[in-house]
Design a protein around this ligand. Structure first.
Ligand SMILES: Nc1ncnc2c1ncn2[C@@H]1O[C@H](COP(=O)(O)OP(=O)(O)OP(=O)(O)O)[C@@H](O)[C@H]1O
Length: 276
């Protein structure tokens, strides 16, 4: 199949992606384009293939058919050197953080710099501290072990590590899952700030209705093996498509929608951070 040519304004382009695990067809012709400097969420029911789609974007999995292009690079025939270079242009926040428990927070954040940049220890620490600050954590948190942090602080520390190579693209897998509402609101505000100040493109998998309403520019709805719709939440809320309507029905969905409409100030202004 002829691979479609890259579009300069797009950070990610997926064309006719099919993903099979044995006889189980998870994606059956996914088409999705993520614009540069937008926050795009992928939503869908459990097992609809959100995580698999993300894994295909971050070079952890190959689709069975179709093409995936990330930052202009076609992933189909990428060689090891090009894959290494591309990996340094995106950061990933995995659902469970993925920090090494035996390293301090600062050491964890500095790890990608030690792996990919020729820097002295002092230079690594200086950049790692700046990233701690950027995610709203006090410098003294750097000396702590991950096990000593609250859930919200852990997410922030993992986010600092994902940002340490100054990526153009950030992938977030359920960044607010398991957090209390105050900590989740802090992460929402942080993602917005990162997008606004760093011009980052952000792809986020989430079920969090507050995050969807208050942070995203557009939302892609995955169901029945395809992207059913891609639009801003306010537009999706008007959709007649039953696969889309599912996300706007029920009391929690209505509360989040009402809050989004009535909120004058973004909740938990910018980098308020969590109580330690
Ligand atoms: N490596 C694999 N081998 C076999 N089946 C897999 C594999 N990875 C994912 N699947 C299957 O693909 C389907 C989609 O999984 P995926 O984790 O992408 O869904 P999801 O939308 O992220 O779900 P959730 O919201 O529950 O995390 C599931 O049925 C899952 O069991």
């Amino acid at each position: 199949m002829q691979t479609p040519t890259a579009t300069p304004d797009m950070a990610i382009e997926m064309h006719d992606v099919v993903t099979r695990f044995g006889s189980h067809v998870v994606h059956n012709g996914v088409n999705l384009a993520v614009r540069k400097a937008e926050v795009l969420a992928i939503i869908g029911g459990s097992g609809s293939g959100k995580s698999t789609l993300l894994r295909e974007m971050i070079l952890l999995q190959q689709p069975s058919e179709g093409s995936v292009r990330v930052l202009g690079t076609d992933l189909a025939d990428i060689n090891d050197d090009a894959a290494l270079a591309l990996r340094q242009r995106f950061g990933v926040l995995f659902q469970h953080g993925g920090l090494f428990g035996s390293l301090t927070v600062l050491e964890n954040i500095g790890l990608p710099l030690r792996e990919h940049r020729k820097m002295t220890d002092a230079e690594v620490d200086t950049i790692a501290r700046a990233k701690l600050d950027a995610v709203g954590l006090d410098v003294k948190v750097g000396a702590q072990l991950p096990s000593e942090l609250s859930g919200g602080m852990l997410k922030r520390a993992a986010l600092a590590r994902a940002l340490v190579l100054d990526p153009e693209l950030l992938f977030l897998d359920e960044p607010t899952a398991g957090l209390d509402p105050h900590s989740a609101a802090g992460i929402d505000a942080l993602v917005r700030t990162l997008r606004d100040t760093l011009d980052l493109t952000v792809v986020v998998i989430t079920h969090d209705l507050d995050l969807l309403w208050q942070v995203t520019d557009r939302v892609a709805v995955l169901a029945d093996g395809k992207v059913q719709a891609v639009a801003a939440m306010a537009e999706l809320a008007q959709s007649d498509n039953p696969a889309v309507r599912t996300f706007f029905e029920g009391p929690r969905a209505r509360t989040a929608q009402t809050q989004a409409k009535t909120q004058v100030q973004p909740q938990a202004e910018a980098l308020a951070g969590e109580p330690s």
